[in-house]
Design a protein around this ligand. Structure first.
Ligand code: UFG
Length: 350
């Protein structure tokens, strides 16, 4: 397998750090940049520790088109994986302009830098939130689109911009629509380190389990599901990471079949789990009960969302192999060994 040089935007973040490890494992070269607005340099040290190699890195903002162009040229980059972006749904409804500036504006800047530097392959971190909430699961990529918050709108807009550029230039791109990433690298050295109160279920559960928070609030148990709690498609972050490696390799003619213009591909397991099922799996992994209570529904939550992962298998030869139990064990190892994430001591915690 020929080796590619892959640049990661948002390189110190949760997903990117796991993708870096997976790329190194496959023998590729990895370079990256990040502005550390929602990540820690510590994550880069830990990736180097796991991979036993060092990722050439620069602190750069996506808005710095010239800086990114110079970076891409200097490292003779073959492909970019674009992770950098703001990702809190609730926050996006409070600061819509900031979300569009960062996520859409930042992506435009990156695409300009890539075009100037002659980098023709792009993998974009999109989200299952681009699907219309009324669409039934399993969700296929040709389901109707229609995000219901500014965060989702920015993901769809960036997909559309990439689509136009790829249709009318030599850019080749894959938009990866993530379902719900969970878990951590089995070393326990890297994992999700949310700033402030976690929005997402798994990090919240694990912070309760480790004693950082009192109890989990289950947002409603009166949904039309077997146990009354909503169903999602939780995918182990290492499966997700391997999906990115498969996407980058698929784009490049020396390592894959190539892609016509642009493809949208779900990264999910195809299996749905309810909130109560996730909680039960987490209790197994941590080996003690996790305090919880049922509260009101959270605005904007749908009942059921899980992927049809068939297209990923057909186009990338990739499918998820890890279970919810694996994800809980790995997430717990990370959380237990790093109760305050990458922060050095509790005093720096929120
Ligand atoms: N939940 C709780 N308590 C919590 C947190 C979550 O009960 O403290 C429940 C939610 O109500 C939901 C489920 O757990 O039923 C999953 O919620 P998450 O916030 O973890 O994930 P979502 O499915 O709401 O959102 C995720 C990503 C978004 C993305 C969306 C699209 O976080 O970025 O998937 O599929 F847009």
């Amino acid at each position: 397998m020929p080796s590619l040089t892959v640049a990661l935007t948002g390189a110190a973040g949760y997903i990117a750090s796991h993708v870096a490890v997976a790329l190194f494992e496959r023998g590729h070269s990895v370079v990256g940049f990040d502005n550390f607005s929602n990540s820690s340099p510590k994550s880069l040290e830990r990736v180097a520790q796991i991979a036993d190699t060092h990722m050439p890195f620069e602190q750069l903002d996506l808005a710095d088109t010239d800086g990114i162009e110079a970076f891409l040229r200097a490292h003779q980059v073959d492909a970019v994986i674009h992770f950098a972006g703001l990702k809190a749904v609730g926050e996006s409804t409070e600061q819509p302009l900031r979300y569009h500036e960062n996520n859409v504006g930042g992506s435009l800047s990156l695409l300009r830098a890539m075009e100037n530097a002659g980098v023709r392959h792009l993998v974009f971190s999109s989200s299952a939130t681009v699907y219309h909430p009324d669409e039934a699961s399993p969700l296929r990529e040709d389901a109707s689109l229609g995000p219901i918050n500014p965060y989702g709108a920015t993901k769809l807009m960036v997909e559309q911009i990439i689509g136009d550029v790829a249709t009318y230039s030599d850019l080749r791109a894959i938009n990866l629509r993530y379902f719900n990433p969970v878990g951590a690298h089995p070393s326990g050295l890297i994992g999700e380190d949310p700033v402030g109160t976690p929005n997402n279920l798994m990090p919240f559960i694990m912070q309760v389990a480790v004693g950082r928070r009192e109890q989990l609030n289950i947002f409603g148990d009166d949904y039309d599901t077997p146990d009354g709690t909503p169903i999602r498609d939780y995918i182990h972050v290492m499966d997700l990471a391997e999906g990115h490696v498969a996407a980058v390799e698929a784009l490049h003619p020396t390592t894959g079949p190539g892609v016509d213009n642009v493809e949208a591909i779900n990264l999910g397991t195809g299996v749905g789990s309810s909130v109560k099922e996730v909680l039960a799996a987490a209790e197994q992994a941590v080996d003690h009960p996790i305090p919880h209570q049922v509260v009101e529904r959270r605005a904007g939550d749908g009942t059921v969302s899980y992927a049809d992962p068939g297209r990923a298998e057909a186009l990338l030869g990739w499918r998820a192999t890890r279970t919810m139990a694996d994800a809980c064990v790995d997430h717990w190892r990370w959380q237990e060994r790093n109760p305050h994430g990458f922060a050095p001591d509790p005093a720096t915690d929120e």
